[in-house]
Design a protein around this ligand. Structure first.
Ligand code: HEC
Ligand code: HEC
Length: 289
């Protein structure tokens, strides 16, 4: 280091006097304002340590005097939400489904709650959009096996379909006509054709098929195949199939019938959630008055 101020020839800036292999270090101190801001941030951070949660310690962390935590904030928000929900829920408890429908804000709450409950409890079988699948009722159309009014839908959800654990479950069994020897295979084929002919004009049915249908099937499915909710017999004349259409599929149903099973939700979900679900399902498109 020399005492004399050494200036860089090219830039005219003072050097610090350090030199390595002919390269000199220029003396460019940080601007004052920058240094002040930097010092301020240090002071700020020290203050911050005392007020807000900061350093980890062996047994946890420094909590700070403000007693703030992100978890606490979430809990507070949830609490507020619960209080809001509680208001609506109490209001829903005392009202009939029709009254809820008539009240726009309750209806909104019911629909949203029903939608999210549907996603949680129902969509694994009925599909996200309630479109159903083979053997699982589509809830969007205006065709209902067990009834499409608010109350009927509520009952179906509450007690399920063929749920052995629920005494009031929707229940109806179609006889295994061929297996049990009520019809022989040839007769079953005739009836199957007759059933398909109800919705498909290209299929020809015999008089025998028609007679057998009236004798064996009309009690549950209706004289014209219109379906009978009280008997749980689905409509057969509309080309909407719970299982599959086609003479062969109908024949198989007569030989040895399939039966859908839907769990009862009354024992698992609270009454308000069931109401929400009934309202949601009812408003999907096919709800009846
Ligand atoms: C394990 C599968 C499964 C789950 C879960 C399920 N369902 Fe179902 N659901 C079915 C089946 C299968 C049927 C058709 C029953 C039949 O054959 O009559 C059905 C029928 C229905 C019906 C009657 C449709 C009609 O045409 O009358 C309604 C309403 C319904 N489900 C609503 C719900 C709601 C709401 C939930 C959720 C809380 C739900 N289901 C959960 C399988 C399920
Ligand atoms: C005791 C009542 C009962 C009688 C009698 C009956 N069924 Fe059924 N049938 C049902 C029920 C209940 C179902 C619905 C099964 C389900 O919900 O999963 C059904 C379903 C069907 C289906 C399937 C419908 C679909 O949408 O996929 C066909 C087809 C059918 N029956 C045809 C017949 C024919 C043909 C006869 C007469 C030979 C007959 N049934 C007699 C109760 C009956």
């Amino acid at each position: 280091m020399s005492d004399k101020l050494d200036k860089d020839d090219v830039t005219g800036v003072e050097t610090t006097g350090h030199e390595w292999d002919g390269i000199k270090e220029l003396n460019n101190p940080l601007p004052r304002w920058w240094v002040w801001v930097w010092l301020l941030t240090i002071v700020w951070s020290i203050g911050y340590y005392f007020v807000y949660p900061s350093w980890p310690t062996l047994s946890g962390y420094l909590q700070g005097s403000a007693d703030w935590s992100s978890r606490g904030e979430v809990a507070k928000e949830l609490d507020q939400l619960r209080q809001m929900q509680a208001q609506y829920r109490t209001a829903m408890e005392g009202k009939t489904l029709a009254e809820i429908k008539a009240d726009a804000s309750l209806m909104d709450f019911a629909y949203r709650g029903g939608q999210s409950a549907f996603g949680l409890f129902c969509s694994q079988c009925h599909g996200r959009g309630a479109e159903g699948a083979v053997g699982i009722a589509n809830l969007n159309d205006d065709y209902w096996i067990w009834g499409g009014t608010l109350e009927e839908i509520q009952t179906t959800i509450q007690h399920g379909v063929r749920d052995e654990n629920d005494f009031d479950s929707r229940y109806a069994m179609m006889p295994a006509f061929v297996k049990d020897g009520i019809l022989d295979q040839a007769q079953a084929k005739e009836v199957a054709s007759y059933v398909m002919a109800m919705s498909d004009r290209s299929i020809r049915a015999s008089q025998e098929g028609a007679t057998l249908y009236q004798e064996q099937c009309a009690t549950c499915h209706g004289e014209r195949g219109e379906g009978l909710k009280e008997m749980g017999g689905p409509r057969l004349n509309d080309a909407i199939w719970l299982y599959q259409g086609g003479v062969e599929a109908v024949y198989q149903q007569i030989v040895s019938p399939k039966h859908g099973m839907m769990p009862a939700w009354g024992s698992r979900l609270d009454p308000v959630t069931i109401k929400q679900l009934a309202i949601y399902v009812h408003s999907l498109g096919g709800g009846e008055n």
